[in-house]
Design a protein around this ligand. Sequence first.
Ligand SMILES: Cc1cc2nc3c(=O)[nH]c(=O)nc-3n(C[C@H](O)[C@H](O)[C@H](O)COP(=O)(O)O)c2cc1C
Length: 192
Amino acid sequence: MPLVIPVILGSVRTERQGERAARFLVTQLEARCIEAPLVDPAALQLPLLDKMYKEYPKGSAPPALEELATLYRRSDAFVVVSAEYNHSIPPALSNTLDHFLEEYSWRPSAICCYSAGQYGGVRAAMQLRAMMAELGASSIPSLLPIPRIGKALDAEGNAQEEWLTKAARRFLDELVWYAEALQAKRAGGTPY
Ligand SMILES: Cc1cc2nc3c(=O)[nH]c(=O)nc-3n(C[C@H](O)[C@H](O)[C@H](O)COP(=O)(O)O)c2cc1C
């Protein structure tokens, strides 16, 4: 079965840089014939969490949440693209993720973190790793940290530095391995 791997972007600032990394990863996944829809909380105009998706009576959730639930249920893995705000997870990313729970289960995730500076957002990634585990979508061992994102990628998400394409290849090889393994295992059922 062809893989479906949404790329979840976690910043909504008008001047955001994260779109560069998200677009880059969508392109890299699509080059592998993987369906990789961009989940953009700004475009979806996701509200601040009031009710989780599962708390709405069936059929009455806002259309954006219904759309995401449908996408997540047919997904095989998630790529999460995170900036670092004050050494932590950007609130827009927490908010985007928090609307769902069971929809992530039994699927792996992979964390791409980035920053304007030299640390590439890894401090936020460590917290995000714990969060993804709690959501039921534990992250793969490798991270894809992108330091100095404004230089590493152009506005369309094209890599400007050779190391990045190489690192992304290895990162996605690893994710695809886990995604295929769990896809096959899910086909045989899940514990609950
Ligand atoms: C509220 C806020 C807090 C930030 N905190 C950090 C930080 O702790 N570490 C860091 O390396 N960069 C930090 N930065 C700089 C970000 O790395 C940089 O602005 C990045 O582009 C943010 O991602 P975004 O443009 O997609 O929102 C911060 C930026 C903002 C807006």
